[in-house]
Design a protein around this ligand. Structure first.
Ligand code: PLP
Length: 357
């Protein structure tokens, strides 16, 4: 039996995608072999690869001046590749440290080039996103880096800061679940294992005019190298690319980012309403204006009640609800494949547990 899987990532994927992958696993498209057994230079794989990239471009509505790449190493490798490729000598980048992920992005960038914190929410326990005017922008800043949604803290950047500088964004945990205003970005990236597929890949959009800057880097670290080969410079993560293609097909059929954005808001609203209507039994600690649509965090009146809440949830098939070890409490992750039915089941549990407590 499948559970209601609220895991923060990897996470639930569309069941029809999993079934289709199971059905074709031994013999893909009449080739007599599995997708993971064939040459990555074969016509059958090439079609899958190109289709996934084309779908990513069309769902994201990325204009032609952006190159679309599928790279291994997840979002974490991008924490290093972004500054390595974009920062010229003497240039630096300002990082908005809005939570654990922004902090990691800055830590890697500091080792790769000149990077500084343009804002740091640590003193306020990462409960809100900054206004543009709060950012401390240094002379010689090449780009500002933001995290669209902080997966651990449960906050979302509703408005991207405009300081007249190009933006770079880690969009891992609400990837393609909000429309992207491409004119504002030089680069957008994210691990795909929340909304889009299995772990191990980053989907990267880079403005083509910037590709040349990284051409002298070692092969795998260079966007120019990947762009030249259509992300086929080495053996790609074929199974991930294949599954992601299937997920993207479903997203496109559902109405793309506009549909995902509305669906995400609907799921999140159910849980926030349960929190707000609980007379303070459930507490969401973040700025109401920055509430995440994909990761809803909340506390109960005591650690004992929290662990009882989680174990009773587990018994009714509601899993993956424990908060990140760094913050505790509970966290409900509501990614693109999460069924509204599952969210309703969770909300029922929240209501019944509170009444019984
Ligand atoms: C999950 C996540 C990451 C990490 O991605 P990896 O693929 O594990 O490197 C980075 N940033 C954000 C915002 C995330 O949610």
């Amino acid at each position: 039996m499948r559970v209601h899987n609220f895991s923060p990532g990897p996470c639930t994927l569309p069941v029809d995608v999993l079934e289709e992958a199971r059905d074709e696993f031994l013999d893909f498209a009449g080739t007599g072999m599995s997708i993971i057994e064939m040459s990555h230079r074969s016509a059958a794989y090439d079609a899958v690869h190109r289709r996934t990239i084309d779908l990513a471009r069309s769902v994201a509505e990325a204009p032609p001046e952006f190159e679309v790449m599928l790279l291994q190493g997840g979002a974490t490798l991008q924490f290093a590749m972004v500054p390595m490729n974009l920062l010229g000598t003497g240039e630096k980048a300002g990082y908005v440290v809005s939570g654990a992920w922004g902090r990691k992005a800055l830590a890697s960038a500091s080792k790769a080039g000149g990077a500084y914190a343009a804002w740091d929410g640590a003193d306020e326990d990462y409960r809100r996103m900054p206004a543009a005017a709060e950012l401390r922008v240094e002379q010689g800043t090449r780009y500002l880096h933001v995290t669209s949604n902080e997966t651990i803290g449960g906050i979302r950047m509703v408005r991207y800061p405009d300081r007249g500088l190009p933006l770079v964004a880690d969009m891992s945990s609400d990837y393609l679940a909000r429309r992207i205003d491409w004119g504002r970005f030089d680069l957008v990236y994210g691990g795909v294992q929340k909304n889009l597929g299995p772990a191990g890949l980053a989907l990267v959009f880079v403005r083509r005019s910037l590709l040349d800057a990284g051409k002298d880097l070692p092969d795998y670290l260079s966007y120019a190298w990947h762009a030249e080969s259509g992300s086929l410079g080495n053996t790609p993560a074929m199974f991930q690319v294949y599954l992601m293609g299937k997920v993207l097909e479903r997203i496109a059929a559902r109405g793309g980012t506009t549909a995902l954005e509305a669906e995400a808001a609907a799921r999140a609203t159910l849980v926030y309403d349960a929190i707000d209507g609980s007379d303070g039994f459930y507490r969401n600690p973040v700025d109401p204006a920055a509430r995440s649509h994909t990761n809803v965090v909340f506390r109960l009146p005591s650690a004992e009640l929290e662990s009882e809440f989680l174990s009773q949830a587990q018994r009714r098939g509601l899993v993956g609800l424990k908060g990140h070890r760094s913050v505790g409490g509970c966290r409900v992750s509501l990614y693109a494949a999460m069924e509204l039915e599952s969210v309703r089941e969770l909300v029922d549990h929240m209501t019944e547990f509170r009444r019984a407590a």
